[in-house]
Write a protein that binds this ligand. Structure first.
Ligand SMILES: NC(=O)c1ccc[n+]([C@@H]2O[C@H](COP(=O)([O-])OP(=O)(O)OC[C@H]3O[C@@H](n4cnc5c(N)ncnc54)[C@H](O)[C@@H]3O)[C@@H](O)[C@H]2O)c1
Ligand SMILES: OC[C@H](O)C(O)[C@@H](O)CO
Length: 379
């Protein structure tokens, strides 16, 4: 069998090893189709391992890549296997791998940075321009049975963390980076905007951080009902489309009390929608922090910068994560966060198309849809 020097290379059929092992995969095409395709199985190169992917969560970005073919500058220019929220089992180790063994259960950090640029050297590897991110063209993702990944970007998971939970470590990582950047703290009021998977994980993290009170917003009553069931201590606020963002912010503030001191100290914005960012800026107390986690398509021309500057609101942004898996694993394994309820739908790998369809339909109450592969995959 040929050995690949770099397992994260873009796909090139001649560099793949055909085996008799079926490897169903979910691919998106440049012309907005998704299809189940039999993919070749790669051989792990030096420093890499071959994984059996046991669980992958569907992310909103997978739906965007399918429906619109892009997220900002990330464009689907050719066939690409989707999926980046994953966990699996080590099937085979490449040359020089000393940290993992066959049979280890691992969570996947999907972005493999260059480790040479100044940002990588500063430790801000999430901003690396040369990152090879699984499931973002031209790098194949985890919605397949067999996937090669560098051992360095895999984390062993303890027995009390299931594959489904371990696949949640990726969106949890986004939130952990947001929580660190936004600075939630004990007894300080917090606001979470948006009750999708990211907002709900942020809600759980805010509660675990001791923030109090915590209000969460959304437009959808179903999502707010889910939030209330998930974290009963929270207060929910349904954003009123008839009101301006400033008026909605005034209503949100009333939920905390009358004074400026009672207003949220930190807002974690998890919608990526301009009107919600504006609401966040008006709802946060003077001198507070708005951490924008959401990434949307709005140009954000209406963010009230005069108000932001006069109130010295600290507007912060995050892009993915850096060095968050160990803390995420500790949170799940140590019972600090219980995210199991977020997985509302599960599909076998062969039915991955159905999973994406469920995820793209907001009316069915889905939160996190996962694709699991329970077969006994040998190599
Ligand atoms: N910064 C990063 O690295 C990073 C990583 C992952 C996801 N994201 C972004 O985080 C955001 C949330 O991700 P998700 O998976 O939870 O998405 P999602 O679409 O499932 O959830 C967004 C929620 O916001 C709600 N919403 C929409 N408009 C609103 C408004 N005006 N006010 C209040 N709620 C509103 C929606 O009803 C939905 O429940 C997305 O923008 C996503 O792109 C960013
Ligand atoms: O959590 C990571 C995000 O979903 C990714 O950055 C996305 O933009 C690419 O798939």
């Amino acid at each position: 069998m040929a050995t690949l020097p770099d397992a994260t290379k873009p796909v090139n059929a001649t560099e793949h090893v055909q085996t008799s092992h079926p490897n169903p995969s979910l691919q998106v095409t440049a012309d907005h189709q998704i299809k189940m395709v039999e993919a070749p199985v790669q051989e792990p190169g030096p420093g890499d391992v071959l994984l059996h992917i046991k669980a992958t969560g569907v992310c909103g970005s997978d739906i965007h890549f399918w429906k619109t073919g892009r997220i900002g500058s990330l464009v689907v220019e050719g066939d690409c296997i989707l999926g980046h929220e994953a966990a699996g089992v080590v099937l085979k180790c490449g040359e020089g791998v000393t940290t993992l063994r066959v049979g280890d259960r691992v969570a996947v950090e999907p972005g493999v940075p260059c480790e040479r640029c100044f940002l990588c050297r500063e430790g801000r590897y999430n901003l690396c321009d040369d990152v090879k991110f699984a499931g973002v063209y031209p790098y194949h993702g985890t919605l397949q049975r067999y996937k090669v990944h560098p051992a360095k970007w895999l984390y062993k998971i303890p027995e009390n963390v299931s594959f489904a939970e371990a696949a949640l470590l990726e969106p949890l990582s986004v939130v952990l980076h947001g929580v660190k950047t936004g600075g939630l703290s004990l007894g300080r009021p917090a606001l979470i905007c948006g009750a999708g998977p990211i907002g709900l994980i942020a809600l759980a993290a805010a509660r675990a951080s001791g923030a109090h009170p915590i209000v969460i917003t959304d437009l959808e009553p179903k999502r707010l009902a889910f939030a209330k069931d998930f974290v009963p201590e929270c207060v929910t606020y349904q954003v009123d489309r008839q009101l301006s963002s400033e008026e909605n912010a005034r209503e949100v503030r009333k939920l905390y009390g009358e004074g400026e001191y009672e207003a949220p100290q930190t807002v974690l914005e998890c919608t990526g929608v301009e009107s919600s960012v504006v609401l966040a800026a008006f709802a946060v107390r003077r001198g507070g922090v708005v951490c924008v986690i959401g990434v949307g398509r709005d140009i954000m021309n209406n963010v009230p910068f005069m108000h932001v500057s006069l109130a010295e609101i600290d507007l912060r942004f995050i892009n993915r994560y850096r060095d968050t898996w160990p803390a995420g694993i500790a949170c799940l394994s140590g019972g600090i966060l219980d995210l199991k309820k977020l997985v509302t739908h599960e599909f076998p790998l062969e039915k991955a198309l159905d999973a994406l369809n469920v995820c793209s339909d907001l009316s069915n109450g889905s939160i996190k849809v996962q694709i699991v592969d329970d077969v006994d995959a040998q190599i």
